[in-house]
Design a protein around this ligand. Structure first.
Ligand code: IPE
Ligand code: IPE
Ligand code: MG
Ligand code: MG
Ligand code: MG
Length: 331
């Protein structure tokens, strides 16, 4: 199945960190990129290592955790962490652990998002969802255990104690009541209702944006304490990741309304079927597409002061742009 994780690159967002004029309609594919491929491979290796060591890998729970986590996904959050860490020469081994912890947490949110009580989805990353394959009780426990393993991984990584505490705090905040958990609660509360755009954007910030923002900050936290001397760098990264996180969910909403299951690797049309207010439903597909492009441009602008060393973070924007349909049907 040709799902989104196999697409790479896009033109229109420059490697200097600033937008290259208007982003073009119809993205040209970039050549395969070594860093993105190597990074995704490293994430896979780290997850396989970390989800093997501490438990009996033959137990059904660990089999289901590995099913939920390995061999799939675009690895956006881990790659963002690695790209931010590369800016400041953070140790690769620590970035591997931290990126894997973030992907475990992300997988937890996806497994729970798919449950019958939530979005009730049967397809994820081109395969049956965890509750379809292993049962609902196991899927709930997979989410619980992945969350625990994410924090265990951060607690055990080879970094000074205060840095590990900062990493744990950052990830916990991202999935807290002010982050993914609160955003998912809002998502459920708003189903079947119309909501103003700023409420939808706030929901996006919480349910998806918070973990994206944390992923970038955690890459930086691997080597750089948050103090006055690093305030400008963290401010630039926060602006970048806040725009990127919103763009990610806006693109996801557009794809839900426009792509097919073969490309998405998940069930299309779920948002409309559940009457979820999204950017696409609130403003129409063409305006939602423009909104995503504006967010990606703003994210690129945030990187401009960082210069060429932010090249990997720019590449992440280019890849997100490549996932945006060239034309969104509508008025
Ligand atoms: C899906 O995230 C859920 C959203 C927050 C939009 P991704 O599109 O990053 O999912 P994977 O990890 O690539 O499967
Ligand atoms: C879910 O958003 C965001 C999470 C916190 C997991 P969606 O419900 O739109 O994600 P998909 O489309 O199922 O991946
Ligand atoms: Mg959902
Ligand atoms: Mg969903
Ligand atoms: Mg979606």
């Amino acid at each position: 199945m040709k799902t989104l994780q196999r697409h790479h690159g896009a033109a229109g967002i420059s490697a200097a960190g600033a937008p290259e004029g208007p982003v073009r309609e119809g993205s040209a594919a970039l050549p395969p990129d070594t860093w993105l491929q190597d990074g995704a491979w490293r994430v896979e290796q780290s997850l396989s290592r970390l989800l093997h060591a501490e438990c009996d890998s033959g137990s059904e729970l660990m089999v289901a955790m590995r099913y939920a986590t390995l061999q799939g996904g675009k690895r956006t959050r881990a790659l963002l962490c690695m790209a931010a860490g590369a800016l400041i020469d953070a140790p690769a081994q620590v970035l591997d652990d931290v990126g894997a912890a973030i992907e475990m947490m992300h997988a937890c949110t996806l497994v729970h998002d798919d449950l019958p009580a939530m979005d009730d989805d049967v397809l994820r990353r081109g395969r049956p969802t965890v509750h379809v394959r292993f049962g609902e009780a196991t899927a709930i426990l997979v989410g619980d255990a992945l969350q625990a393993h994410a924090f265990l991984t951060l607690a055990g990584t080879d970094a000074p104690g205060e840095r590990r505490i900062a990493l744990v705090r950052e990830l916990a905040r991202a999935v807290s009541a002010d982050g993914a958990a609160g955003g998912q609660a809002l998502d459920i509360a708003l189903a079947g209702r119309t909501a103003p755009l700023d409420t939808i954007m706030e929901m996006h910030r919480m349910k998806s944006g918070a973990l994206v923002r944390a992923s970038v900050r955690m890459g930086a936290l691997c080597a750089l304490p948050e103090d006055a001397s690093s305030a400008a760098l963290y401010a630039a990264l926060d602006r970048y990741s806040s725009c990127f996180g919103l763009a990610l969910q806006v693109v996801d909403d557009i794809l839900d309304a426009t792509a097919d299951a073969g490309v998405l690797g998940k069930t299309p049309g779920k948002d409309a079927a559940a009457r979820k207010p999204t950017c696409a439903s609130a403003m129409g597909l063409p305006a939602a597409r423009r909104c995503a492009l504006d967010l990606l441009r703003n994210a690129a602008e945030a990187l401009a002061p960082l210069g060429p060393r932010a090249g990997q973070l720019v590449q992440m924007l280019q890849r997100a742009h490549a996932h945006l349909p060239a034309h969104a049907p509508g008025p």
